[in-house]
Design a protein around this ligand. Structure first.
Ligand code: TMP
Length: 223
């Protein structure tokens, strides 16, 4: 089973990924958590290039780098782990590309669909949790996490985070469009208490799993 988490930076995805991993492991599932971009030696190098680079990267270059990182991760890690019946929890997948490079940077959505399909080898998440937060609130969170004053130095932000509030507003709108058009999306209010968000995630997965034999804990499944 492939579960993905999406949201703008600062929405609290990593907290929920950790909580869900712990919960599923306690239930006896074999779980692996991964993040994009990254997860293989090559993909981590691409991550550094994308986030740490002080150089400008063109929107198409950015799209292809995120996609290259994804192809590495999907073929080398995600597909083999799914074959081993692991539950894969992924912090970002191609919906990030649609939201950030499509709606945010303005690249053509049809082109993105094709590239997303190539880079993910046609793989689709079973369920996608979207943590919604306004870009303004996300920024405040980000700075309190890093214990920085709100009058900040640009250099404290990575290359994507330096894209500005207007960019993040477009990205958020993009996620809303994805939510309208995809049943696998579950909307969560990132402003709620982390435990309440986690409880909703568990509820949603429980109803999803009722009809899905493949989500039984691996040790209970017949070989
Ligand atoms: P994160 O790992 O802290 O979420 O950082 C990844 C950054 O990269 C974040 O700003 C979202 C961005 N991103 C894209 O723009 N497109 C993508 O396809 C992915 C996976 C991430």
């Amino acid at each position: 089973m492939l579960i993905t988490f999406e949201g703008i930076d600062g929405a609290g995805k990593s907290t929920q990924v950790k909580k869900l991993k712990k919960y599923l492991m306690e239930k006896g599932h074999d779980v692996i958590t991964l993040r994009e971009p990254g997860g293989t030696v090559v993909a981590e190098k691409i991550r550094d290039l994308l986030l740490e680079s002080k150089h400008d990267i063109t929107p198409v270059g950015e799209l292809l780098l995120f996609s290259a990182s994804r192809a590495e991760l999907v073929q080398n890690v995600i597909l083999p782990e799914l074959k081993r019946n692991k539950v894969v929890i992924l912090d970002r997948f191609y919906d990030s590309t649609t939201a950030y490079q499509g709606y945010g940077r303005g690249l053509e959505l049809q082109l993105l669909q094709q590239i997303n399909a190539i880079a993910s080898f046609g793989l689709q998440p079973d369920c996608t949790f979207f943590l919604d937060i306004s870009p303004e609130d996300a920024l405040i969170r980000k700075f309190s996490e890093k214990s920085l004053p709100l009058a900040f130095e640009e250099s404290e932000l990575d290359r994507m985070e330096s894209s500005g509030l207007a960019f993040y507003q477009k990205v958020r709108k993009g996620y809303m469009k994805l939510l309208e058009n995809n049943e696998r999306f579950v909307l969560l209010n990132a402003g709620d208490e982390p435990q309440a968000i986690h409880d909703r995630i568990i509820q949603k997965l429980a109803s999803l799993c009722k009809n899905t034999a493949s989500t039984e804990p691996a040790k209970n499944r017949k070989q």
